[in-house]
Design a protein around this ligand. Structure first.
Ligand code: F6P
Length: 558
């Protein structure tokens, strides 16, 4: 990959700096003066309709942002990603999550290997497995069909599957439940298995590397739980052979390291592979999504992948000035680098998307939380904002106060669908309409605010007027879709993947490595003997860590 372009040296950056210096946000005035604003700034991508009109931009700013994308060669870098060049520089890897959702029959050769065929071979295997579990053909060791699937994974091997499973609950086969164990806190595996019947439980151990401490520890605990339960129920006899037979019926794995899967004791026949060119946080559309494929079925999973692909095509082929992921990524750059925005809220008005923000936190922050560029030089601007959020309307009664009236600018994405999965009424009221009324009202309130005169006109006593004024000009993007279908969920994920990519390219960073998680992992290994009471290891720790561990040792009741 050629060296990154320093965005701050571009002509567009200079223009944006000038534009910002003279910039007076006035969404009320802009909407009044320009009846075409909404049409001009509303774009379609797949089934998504994206209204950018309530952002703090005018045509001059947008044009300069698009020029910035051109000057840092977003089109060239995008082509490099889609064609399988090694744009993950620090790990010398291609970045090809987009190949995971190419239709059957498409081709793409990477490093001399045709990858789309391989992708579909794995999908065929995953789908066949999913059908067997769903139909009851796949049984546990006692011959009982599977009722609960427990996915054991962490990070990208957990957050994507759990988010999508929750988002697509209405598509889950009745009688089949998926649970997700991720934390090494033993209470996680305990709580998720406590009420399960081992005879009807299937574990999917999902780990790209198959070395992750949390996942392997949880998988071992799950295996012990399974064998203990089956033994005490008289379903199996003591001994290695019986244990192996039980594990073969109750454990499958997803990994790029099939040798390590075998070493763990899982039959490679029961393992689904993927490739090092799939980053963990970009992997829910690979075999890492097996738990989702089992839950919603192969047809729905194929729809889910088609949704990703629709947005891939949009991102790849749409001119930048109408390219939704590119524009949203560029707006994020505008806010981070020119308005000093430190955080970005994502607020789905869809309860089923309640894990979406958690999922996005890994996608965006593990990708763009970097201070060096892909050539090893320091970044030249602020990078990676904090992404966070909760579904509306819950957030309205918690943190919206700060978004409306606080001192920080917090750009926010509002997401809603026209048709709820569960249309319910309260008397003669359609509850989804009440819900959506909040979605529409919030973005209007944030954009247009309430002036002191409007507050006074409501009869508010003068001393209280300032507290009730809303400044407005708080930027939001509204994303709407017809319904939360598998395809739309895929589209939303791909949208944010490409937003993240766009920001990374502007900042010149490798959005596909994650070295920042390594140091903590290494230190945890060194600290473990000290926590167990080893005085030599304890003496090697810094004073604060020693003191904390000594406190723990003094309080430990086991
Ligand atoms: O936390 C770092 C990380 O490597 C993530 O990027 C990844 O999604 C997660 O750990 C889990 O890794 P694995 O799938 O290899 O177990």
């Amino acid at each position: 990959m050629s060296d990154p372009v320093d965005p701050t040296t571009t002509q567009a950056w200079a223009e944006l700096t000038e534009l910002k210096a003279a910039f007076e946000p006035d969404l009320r005035g802009w909407f009044a003066a320009d009846p075409g604003r909404v049409d001009d700034l509303t774009f379609a991508a797949g089934d998504l309709v994206v209204d950018l009109s309530k952002n703090l931009v005018n045509t001059g700013v947008l044009a300069a942002l698009v020029r910035l994308a051109e000057e840092v060669d977003l089109p060239g870098r995008r082509a490099a990603m889609f064609s399988g060049q090694h744009i993950n520089v620090t790990e010398n890897r291609a970045v090809l999550h987009t190949a995971l959702r190419k239709p059957r029959g498409a081709t793409l050769e990477v490093d001399g290997v045709e990858v789309v065929g391989e992708v579909h071979d794995v999908l065929t295997k995953v789908y066949a497995f999913a059908e067997k579990v769903r139909s009851g053909e796949w049984t546990g060791v006692t011959g009982a069909p599977i009722e609960t699937v427990v996915n054991i994974g962490i990070g990208g091997s957990d957050l994507g599957p759990v988010m999508v499973y929750e988002a697509l609950k209405p598509y889950v086969k009745p009688g089949l439940e998926v649970r997700f164990v991720s934390n090494i806190d033993p209470t996680d595996v305990y709580e998720k298995t406590a009420d399960l019947n081992p005879a009807t439980t299937l574990f999917i151990v999902a780990s790209k590397t198959f070395t992750t401490l949390e996942t392997l520890t949880n998988a071992r605990m799950a295996r012990d739980w399974l064998l203990r339960g089956l033994l005490s129920a008289g379903a199996i006899v003591e001994g290695e052979e019986a244990a192996r037979a039980a594990v073969a019926k109750h454990f499958v794995a997803v990994s790029t390291a099939l040798d390590k899967v075998a070493a763990f004791g899982i039959d490679p026949e029961n393992a689904f592979g993927f490739w090092d060119w799939v980053g963990g946080r970009y992997s829910v559309d690979s075999a890492i999504g097996t738990s989702v494929a089992v839950a919603i079925g192969p047809d729905n999973f194929a729809e889910f992948l088609a949704g990703f692909h629709a947005i891939d095509e949009h991102f790849l082929n749409t001119p930048l000035a109408e390219n939704v992921p590119a524009l949203m990524g560029l707006l994020n750059v505008w806010y981070v680098n020119f308005f000093d925005a430190r955080t970005h809220a994502v607020l789905p008005y869809a309860q089923y998307l309640h894990r979406f923000a958690a999922y996005l936190q890994q996608l965006t922050m593990e990708s763009n939380g970097k201070s060096v560029r892909w050539d090893g030089s320091p970044v030249t601007t602020k990078t990676g904002e904090v992404f966070w959020g909760e579904p509306g309307t819950n957030g309205q009664h918690a943190f919206y106060q700060l978004i409306h009236q606080g001192t920080q600018l917090i750009p926010a994405d509002f997401i809603a669908v026209a048709n709820p999965a569960r249309p319910l009424v309260d008397g003669d009221k359609d509850v989804h309409e009440l819900f959506l009324a909040n979605f529409f009202a919030q973005t209007a309130a944030l954009a247009f605010g309430k002036t002191a005169d409007e507050v006074r006109a409501e009869g508010t006593p003068e001393p209280i007027v300032p507290a009730r004024v809303f400044s407005g000009n708080r930027p939001t993007t509204s994303i709407m879709a017809p319904a939360l279908t598998p395809s739309v969920v895929g589209q939303l994920i791909a949208l944010y993947e490409h937003i993240t990519f766009t920001q990374g390219i502007v900042w010149g960073i490798d959005s596909f490595d994650q070295w920042g998680v390594e140091l903590g992992k290494q230190l945890a290994l060194k600290v473990t003997p000290a926590v167990a009471g080893d005085e030599t290891a304890l003496a090697e720790q810094d004073a604060s860590t020693q003191s904390l561990i000594r406190y723990y040792l003094s309080q430990r009741t086991r």
